[in-house]
Ligand binder design. Structure first.
Ligand code: MRU
Length: 344
């Protein structure tokens, strides 16, 4: 399976997803600032992967820090990384986990402290893959044999440390003869669906058909979709889910056609501090993502653009949330508390 991120000897190596599928190219980052830029530029993306990569960036910062005010320096790089992608709650979950370990061990010398941080992130990396495999096992049970499923964006191995969430369910499902075909929405404007999901599924010989986002409702009306499976960037305490822009429209269309709509995500994507999805911060991105296609101008260069990177699907349109602990069903508010409560 392709490596999305890896750390060795003071260098963080990141698969540059902005180059896919044309080139498999790796970026070598030496500083937290370089990693923050890679996250901002979507060279590394997908909520769980953003989290682990940012955690590595903090550890990397400490590996290469030789000054005598490490608390101030840590705070500075923490704030920088926290400012990169506001919607993906896994980012905050991951950097807060590292911050806690940092503070608990801040009296140690720099080398010992840096080693502890690197070991913790290596642990998070392995945990993420295990989590995704469990999501795959639970989610596969929701599918009938030979299902035709539809997904958006890329919630796959490329968006995680490996295996994927929504694509993790599809991967395990394919192995169990549950998947006949995957409809991949291209996912305007950054095309994570056509560039990444198609590439990733074809690498694994999973049958995939590419569509533009606007074709989804029509394909549902033709009874060619048995389930919709998507990832998540943040799930509020009531089950409302922020995911790639276009997810909400898919959920409404699935509801209209009585097609089950599943969100696959680790419990680290659930934000119990937010009572509803209206409170989830939605990242606004650069206008040129819409004004241009592969750096080629496709409209007036100064036209006003609205470019929210995510939308929020109200819980009423979600059939179930698939996490590593099992299937969270309705009523979400109570069930989410039950699932998260088991964590302590
Ligand atoms: O802007 P991106 O590419 O980071 O958006 C990614 C998504 O919306 C994914 O569905 C989500 O992060 C879950 S990835 C397992």
């Amino acid at each position: 399976m392709i490596k999305t991120v890896s750390y060795e000897n003071g260098i963080l190596t990141i698969l540059d997803q902005s180059k896919l599928p044309e080139k498999v190219e790796y970026l070598r980052c030496h500083t937290p600032e370089e990693v923050a830029d890679a996250i901002l530029d979507l060279k590394v993306r997908g909520a769980p992967l953003i989290g682990v990569t940012a955690a590595y960036a903090l550890a990397l910062g400490m590996v290469n820090y030789h000054g005598n005010n490490k608390i101030e320096y840590f705070e500075k790089i923490y704030n920088l990384l926290a400012s990169t992608r506001p919607t993906a709650v896994n980012l905050f979950w991951a950097i807060n986990r590292i911050k806690k370990i940092f503070l608990e061990n801040s009296s140690l010398d720099n080398t010992k402290l840096a080693n502890i941080l690197i070991n913790e992130v290596n642990k998070m990396f392995k945990e993420d893959i295990n989590t995704n495999k469990l999501i795959g096992e639970h989610g596969e049970k929701l599918l009938n044999l030979n299902s035709k499923v539809l997904t958006i964006c890329n919630a796959g191995a490329l968006a995680t440390c490996g295996y994927g969430t929504a694509l993790g369910v599809i991967r395990t499902g394919f192995r169990e003869n549950k998947i006949k075909n995957v409809w991949a929405c291209e996912t305007r404007p950054v095309l994570q669906g056509s560039r990444l999901t198609v590439w990733e599924l074809l690498e694994d010989n999973i049958p995939v058909t590419l569509i533009t986002d606007s074709m989804a409702a029509y394909i549902m009306s033709l009874e060619k979709v048995d389930a919709v499976i998507v990832g998540a960037d943040r799930i509020a305490a009531n089950g409302d889910t922020a995911n790639k822009i276009g997810t909400y429209s898919l959920a409404i269309a699935a509801h209209y056609h009585s097609i089950p709509f599943y969100v696959a995500a680790p419990t680290s994507t659930i934000d119990l501090t937010l009572t509803s999805g209206t409170l989830i911060p939605i990242e606004q991105r650069n206008a040129d993502e819409i004004r241009q296609l592969a750096n080629y101008p496709i409209t007036h260069q100064d036209v006003e653009v609205f470019n929210p990177s995510f939308d929020v699907t109200p819980n009423e349109f979600i059939t179930a949330i698939i996490c590593e602990k099992g299937i969270i069903k309705k009523p979400f508010k109570q069930e989410i508390i039950n699932f998260m409560g088991e964590e302590e």
